[in-house]
Design a protein around this ligand. Structure first.
Ligand code: FAD
Length: 836
């Protein structure tokens, strides 16, 4: 009699067993199939055994210097067999623990290798069962590279079987596994040489932090050769020899043991995946952003889908997949705060963006460092090597990432992970009291150092954002220790830029309150900004043309919030709101309209030329549709550089009747460029209604001519815009195929501020007023109990105050100097005439 399950998990590693427990918690009849031991690579051959051994070697290293601590150990020696016995006991205890958890959650454990079939069937040892949903969690195995003599090497599984400490060891591959084992044996006295093909070991860690670690490793007698290309391993009567090339020179190094640590590859052997229709891409199982494979009812998680191959990532994905399949939630995994820990001595840990990565993503960054040599706790431990480095967005102090090298940083990273996950500010860290003496104080000090305010080191320089670029109101200085009676301050929604929300996930639910109110605040800010721009125009403070976004706020805010910081925006002259939604400082936008030196383009561009490279905002192309071919060019560049950024090209319905529109769509499709075409159909191209200007007034249908996926969304509904745009943007990021979105909204004012708008009836305008996107969103927020009318008033008052401040700033800023008027106009020209 075949068994039937709601959920069957194939593979009992940290991805699989965690998924099985969550499925059982949600009431699913669940089975887990495992061909080896429950716990997978992590418990049996990976995370746990290595860390157990590293604990032994750390104790040994400390005791070697025990005299300094007053602990004198005579005849100290390391007993590898005893350490391995302890390691195996730890592993056994944890594997038994997982077995117990399976029983406690009534999960059926099936022993053997599973082979899946189409339609939900799977067989194990010839017995056939059926499951509504199957989760593939078959993990990974060590990669074997094709070099001569590879058979003389051992991998991370084989090294667990060593029963003697080798005199010499060569580690091929300076990744996490190689460096952890290298550090362990280095501490036990083995002479370790690491050969790494890339210019840097541990490429996921910032170069300066790796430098801190490398110095320590080399002090212990270790050798690291980067850019070393291993050619052959040979064996003679006494030892192995590893031959490698460094540039044109060939070198050889002897070794008693050669550890091959050149990464891991997804494991899919014998599970029948391809026959069942599961797609593989270079060995990894292909999934969509909800972790579904293209086969109905088959999902995949963990190392087998590639990406970040870590145990906690596998577990997290397991929970996401199960909650999605059981209809409990609609989760897209969010990896922006996936921590990374390396258990070398000293330890290394990081989360979020490194400094270089952040700069390359277009952030203007602020960095703070604090060395463990200045930490009281590190000194008491006798482990003072290393430092903490925080990286924040200079514009608004949001913490982007943290890198650490030093004692127990693999624990300290937890606080940084929470802060990066929650997109906290530097200031949030220093308002949190840190116990003393702890290693975590170093994180606090690094955050303070970013502002030149560290207490326990001399601050090198004070870094403050330039006033014109500070998007948020200045934070009032407060004491670090607060009175316990002090009520928590209500969230400042100015501090939640919509550009930083998790676009695919934000829902009209209480846990997303801050993000929702951030969106609302941004829409309202754009509305008030534009109304005020119109007033200032009539006072002749603003010259030239001025095209407003009134009525388009949901489209603009929702569309742009779906992008990542590295994506590019190409847009047209109706762009003030677009720039504000992208995070460009509204003061600098208004100052630009006023033609002031503090403007985004130093007052030289005016209303129709707002450009901000830092935010990848290629805005303000004055000619209708002229920026569409530019977006194609950017798409080419990204594709050529194999980047994963997306070009988001925003244009009005009027631009869809020109040749450049068709040429651009055609090019983007033929060359598979990562461009999302975002048509803001506000129903009027200048004074002509779209149905009179266009043969096909449902503009999204035109994309069919170019075989392009296209949709039409309600541009008055911010959540609809954000979800559907995020979906398209992420698909385009993955497959580099252009897509087309038409967001339908209504322009509440004329084409520009000087348009008398006589071509529309008052009734028509009034009708559309009923779908005012800002009022609609207010209503939805109140209906869902996210905010009260008093709460809305609070946000409105803060926006009014901000707009006053924006106008005051623009008004009081200086004009460009007369003799510098040509500066910033044409690239290089000003400098060419000796003005540099
Ligand atoms: P796995 O843990 O690989 O589990 C997959 C399971 O599926 C295996 O038990 C396998 O037997 C079973 N299986 C495969 N095919 C079938 C089939 N057809 N039928 C039934 N069963 C099947 N990560 C960290 O986060 N921190 C660390 O410190 C860390 N240290 C590591 C150290 C080393 C030396 C190594 C090698 C890895 C380390 N990792 C670490 C990585 C971590 O172990 C993996 O990322 C994690 O185990 C992946 O979990 P998983 O569930 O996807 O797969």
């Amino acid at each position: 009699m075949p068994e039937r399950f709601d959920v069957a998990v194939i593979g009992g590693g940290p991805g699989g067993y965690v998924a099985a427990i969550r499925a059982a918690q949600l009431g699913a009849r669940t089975a887990i199939v495992e061909k080896d031991r429950l716990g997978g690579t992590c418990l049996v051959r990976g995370c746990i055994p290595t860390k157990a051994m590293l604990q032994s070697s750390e104790l040994y290293s400390i005791l070697k210097h025990g005299d300094d601590f007053g602990v004198v150990a005579d005849r100290l020696r390391f007993d590898l067999r005893a350490a391995s016995r302890r390691r195996d006991q730890v592993v056994d205890q944890l594997v038994n623990g997982v077995e117990g958890l399976m029983k406690a959650n009534r999960i059926q454990v099936i022993r053997g290798a599973a082979h899946i079939e189409k339609g939900g069937g799977f067989t194990v040892n010839g017995d056939r069962s059926h499951a509504e949903n199957i989760i593939l969690a078959t993990g990974s195995v060590p990669a074997r590279i094709p070099i001569a003599g590879v058979e003389y090497t051992i991998d991370s599984d084989g090294i667990l079987g060593l029963d003697e400490i080798p005199e010499t060891m060569v580690v091929i591959g300076g990744g996490v596994v190689g460096m952890e084992w290298g550090a362990l044996y280095g501490a036990l006295g083995t002479k370790v040489t690491v050969l790494e093909l890339l210019p840097q070991i541990l490429p996921m860690v910032e170069a300066d932090m790796v430098g801190l670690y490398r110095r320590h490793f080399e002090k212990l007698g270790g050798v690291i050769q980067t850019e070393a290309n291993v050619e052959e391993i040979t064996k003679d009567s006494r030892s192995l020899r590893v031959r490698f090339r460094l540039g044109a020179e060939t070198h050889e190094v002897p070794a008693h043991v050669v550890l091959l640590a050149t990464g891991r590859v997804p494991y899919t052997v014998g599970a029948g995946l391809e026959e069942a229709g599961v797609e593989l891409d270079r060995g990894r199982v292909v999934v969509d952003d909800r972790l579904r494979t293209p086969v109905k009812g088959v999902w995949a998680i963990g190392d087998v889908i590639g990406g970040i191959m870590l145990a906690h990532v596998a577990s997290y994905e397991g929970i996401c997949a199960v909650e999605n399949m059981c209809g409990y939630a609609d989760r897209t995994p969010d990896y922006h705060a996936a921590p990374n820990c390396i258990y070398t001595d000293p330890e290394i840990a990081n989360v979020g963006l490194g400094e270089k990565e952040a700069r390359e993503s277009g952030y203007d960054v602020k960095v703070g460092r604090f060395p463990f040599a200045a930490s009281g706790r590190a000194l008491t431990l006798g482990q003072v090597e290393g430092a903490v480095k925080v990286v924040a967005d200079a514009r608004d102090d949001t913490l982007l990432g943290v890198q650490m090298v030093g004692p127990r940083v693999t624990d300290v990273i937890a606080e940084a992970t929470l802060a990066v996950q929650q997109r906290l500010k530097l200031h949030d860290l220093d308002l949190t009291m840190h116990a003393h003496p702890t290693l975590a104080e170093s994180l606090l000090e690094a955050a303070l150092a970013a502002d030149g305010r560290a207490i326990h080191i001399q601050n090198r320089r004070v870094q403050r954002p330039a006033p014109a670029l500070s998007a948020n109101p200045p934070i009032k200085e407060r004491a670090v220790a607060r009175s316990v009676e002090e009520k928590p301050k209500s969230v400042d929604h100015a501090a939640v830029p919509a550009a930083h929300i998790d676009a695919g996930r934000v829902e009209m639910k209480e846990p997303h309150r801050d993000e929702l109110l951030g969106l609302y605040r941004q829409m309202l800010l754009i509305r008030r900004f534009e109304e005020r721009a119109q007033v200032e125009y009539t006072k002749a403070k603003i010259g030239g043309y001025c095209h407003l976004n009134l009525g388009e706020e949901a489209t603009v805010v929702g569309g742009i919030a779906a992008l990542r910081p590295g994506d590019y925006i190409y847009t047209s002259y109706r762009e003030h709101g677009h720039a504000i939604a992208r995070g460009v400082d509204p003061k600098a936008v208004m100052a630009e309209l006023f033609g002031k030196e503090t403007g985004v383009s130093h007052g030289r561009g005016g209303s129709m030329h707002i450009f901000d490279l830092k935010h990848r905002f290629m805005g303000g192309y004055g000619i209708v549709g002229g920026h569409l071919p530019l977006a194609v060019g950017a798409g080419f560049a990204i594709k050529y550089k194999k980047g994963d950024d997306v070009v988001f090209c925003m244009f009005g319905d009027g631009a869809t009747n020109i040749g450049a529109f068709h040429e651009s769509l055609n090019f983007a499709k033929v060359f598979h460029l990562p461009v999302v075409w975002f048509c803001i159909n506000n129903q009027y191209g200048m004074g002509t209604a779209v149905e009179r200007a266009s043969a096909v007034s449902e503009i999204y249908r035109r994309a069919c001519a170019y075989d392009m996926e296209s949709i039409r969304v309600d541009g008055m509904n911010v959540l609809e815009v954000i979800h559907r745009t995020a979906d398209f943007v992420e698909k385009t990021r993955r497959d580099s195929e252009p897509r087309f979105i038409e967001a339908v909204n209504y322009r509440f004012r004329g084409h520009s501020v000087v348009d008398p708008d006589k071509y529309r009836s008052d009734e028509e305008k009034e009708r559309w007023r009923h779908s005012d996107p800002v009022l609609l969103f207010e209503h939805q927020l109140q209906e869902a109990g996210i905010v009260t009318s008093a709460g809305l008033e609070q946000v409105q008052a803060s926006v009014e105050g901000e707009v006053e401040e924006i106008v005051r700033f623009a008004d009081e800023s200086a004009n460009p100097a007369i003799d510098e008027l040509y500066r910033y106009l044409y690239a290089g020209e000003w400098e060419m005439y000796g003005n540099a």
